[in-house]
Design a protein around this ligand. Sequence first.
Ligand SMILES: [Fe+2]
Ligand SMILES: [Fe+2]
Length: 164
Amino acid sequence: MQKAIGSKINLFDFNNTLAFEFFSCVSDLINHPLFKKLDNFSQHIKTSRLQHSINVAYYSFLVCKFLGLDYKSAARGGLLHDFYLYDWRTQKQPEGYHAKAHPIIALRNANKITHVNKIEKNCILRHMWPLTPIPPRYLESFIVSCIDKYCASFEVIINMFAKE
Ligand SMILES: [Fe+2]
Ligand SMILES: [Fe+2]
């Protein structure tokens, strides 16, 4: 959990400017006991949901910073986008099928631990587009949605080729 997948930067190395800036955006979330529970769930094979969330947050932060967008909201929205605490493979939710249900549940959990602004909310609710019909409204949430798919693919491929 020290690094985002494919990155050499230790996110807890505060002598590194990028790591320090990223951590400043999300430290309250990463250190929250409820959020830390994401580490108990597998997201893609051996990649935990916490690691996946950090991957999406960090790369969304980088891309949005490079493009001069609201990188703090992208980092926080990316971190919170899969904030659901159950195994979707075995536990069905009353909100509907997985792609539809888990963003709603993630937003509900996010609201328990922080104030969620409109960009962060859109990042969470619309990250499954186009599997869910309504597209992201903001460039930041569109980027989070794209980075989520990129990270998910990367995580699956890395796990497939990882040595036991
Ligand atoms: Fe998701
Ligand atoms: Fe995700």
